[in-house]
Design a protein around this ligand. Structure first.
Ligand SMILES: [Zn+2]
Length: 312
């Protein structure tokens, strides 16, 4: 049977999966990335993971239509070269060539956030749409833009950095060098920082019990904790401003919210819809962007990587 292989290359783990050509996963597996190590060693490990999965599925490597890799950093998708990835210490690393040498299959490489957006576009929340923007809320804010079947790469592979437009001039310092980036207000890291700041004045808050993470903050708000409610409302306010600004620029059919926090569902999505309906540039005229939660969750990166061969 014809199938494809998807690899989500991270700084901690290399996650992989086999999928049919529609993006339905057959199986997944992962191994540690094992940094620090050379690009050749990483390519060896990816190849080893691919062979192990193919063997486990009882398939033949020669029947793999292609291998797709989502890698951190900036990628030249035409050549499959990772131009720059800080945590992997990749500089102009010809990752596609390194893997083709080892696996004998065509290899496609894209930025990991773009790959996840491609996965949602082809097989998840954006399936059937012409244009979709994905905003992923996590440690940072990432994203991907797919317009008419094409992933927007920019002239340098660095397009769709949706966490790094400024929503507060002279605001919080961002690790990209700017101040006031959306990521500093809309990431889950930012949500936790906002909660810590609010808790400092409120020793009675339920947030003091247990480990602080995005889900617990939302859960406490739902359970009636006033401090958590205030934190969540403020946080969603930042998301409203950022997401509507993104919609104003792209006017996609679908705006998909990704990351673990998107599992909050309507609690998160409905305020974004209401704000955009009231304040979006195109309000009241013509088709409107539908704001939805991601559907593939943690599998988006692997599925999107597996479907990268469909971009060609
Ligand atoms: Zn920034």
């Amino acid at each position: 049977m014809r199938y494809c292989i998807g690899i989500d290359l991270g700084g901690t783990n290399i996650a992989g999966g086999l999928a049919d050509l529609e993006g339905r996963l057959l199986l997944t597996d992962s191994i540690p990335t094992g940094l620090p190590c050379t690009a050749d060693t990483i390519a060896d490990r990816i190849a080893m993971l691919c062979r192990a999965m193919v063997q486990k599925a009882g398939l033949e490597l020669k029947d793999a239509a292609w291998v797709g890799v989502g890698a951190p950093g900036s990628v030249d998708t035409a050549t499959g070269t990772v131009l720059y990835a800080n945590n992997l210490e990749f500089h102009n690393t010809p990752l596609a060539d390194l893997l083709t040498q080892r696996l004998g299959r065509p290899v496609f490489v894209d930025n990991d956030a773009n790959a996840a957006a491609w996965g949602e576009y082809c097989a998840g929340a954006g399936k059937g749409s012409r244009s979709m923007v994905m905003v992923t809320l996590g440690t940072g804010v990432g994203g991907g833009v797919v317009l008419d079947g094409h992933v927007l790469t920019g002239c340098n592979g660095a397009a769709a950095e949706l966490g790094h437009f400024v929503i507060q001039q002279d605001g919080l310092e961002c690790n990209c060098g700017l101040r006031g980036c959306f990521e500093q207000y809309g990431s889950v890291t930012a949500l936790i920082q906002q909660a810590r700041a609010a808790m400092a004045d409120h020793p009675e808050s339920a947030l003091w019990t247990g480990e602080l993470n995005g889900k617990r903050i939302f859960d406490a708000a739902q359970a009636g904790d006033a401090v958590a409610r205030q934190v969540v409302d403020t946080y969603i306010g930042y998301l409203c401003v950022g997401v509507t600004s993104i919609i104003n620029i792209f006017q996609p059919e679908i705006l998909c919210i990704g990351g673990g926090i998107s599992r909050q569902g309507d609690v998160l999505i409905q305020p974004l819809r209401a704000y955009n309906a009231a304040h979006g540039y195109s309000r009241g005229t013509g088709p409107q962007t539908d704001i939805v939660a991601a559907r593939l969750f943690g599998d988006a990166g692997i599925i999107g990587a597996a479907l990268l061969g469909r971009t060609q």
